[in-house]
Design a binder for this molecule. Sequence first.
Ligand SMILES: N[C@@H](CCC(=O)N[C@@H](CS)C(=O)NCC(=O)O)C(=O)O
Length: 215
Amino acid sequence: MSVLIYGRDTSYNVQKVLWLLEELNVEYRHIQLGGKFGGTESEEFKRLNPMRKVPVLVDGDNVVWESNTILRYLVDVYGGAEWREERAYERSKYERWMDWSQCQFDPAFVGVFWGYYRTPDDLRDMNAVNESIDRCLNCLAKLDEQLIDKKYLMGDRLTLADITTGVFVYRLVQIGLDIKLPKQVARWYQRLKNLPGYQKWVMRDFSELKGRLAY
Ligand SMILES: N[C@@H](CCC(=O)N[C@@H](CS)C(=O)NCC(=O)O)C(=O)O
């Protein structure tokens, strides 16, 4: 039986999960939901996620929401030895980047993505957008330091740290703001772009979101 993943593929939080499913070679069925597809307001969906947000993963009787929690769940249940880290301290080394990504990078990215790309030209507050661009550049600089002499954020292999941060990079370079990636990040981004899961789910057209303030 395959797992079900609910959520529109234009959502970077959904993309993180779809990308990992590819990396883990898990059989899955993807159901578009939210945004132009609607469905988050139904009672049926609320029973899956009281927050009415995507992504949601259904694996038999198990229902999981919050994208980073879903990633951890998938690695625990379906990850091979190269993905599952049993030692708490070693695990904390990539989990701290996941949490940092959600608490620091995500809000900075949202300030740019919503403030610039999803807001129609005449409604944009470019001062606020520029502040968010600076915050994104600071986040990219942190990633850049971490990536010195490494293929991926944790070293030689892809981890959840790369997945949670890597989704933002594609969008930042695609939205027409001429955001220059620092050297190590640019090298890492080239590597991510060679991964089939990144190509399939992250490097996608998201232009339907341009100027669209509604989900
Ligand atoms: N922190 C949550 C954020 C979930 C979230 O805000 N999802 C957005 C899409 S990125 C959503 O469901 N929006 C409503 C919609 O797309 O209809 C997570 O990481 O899963």
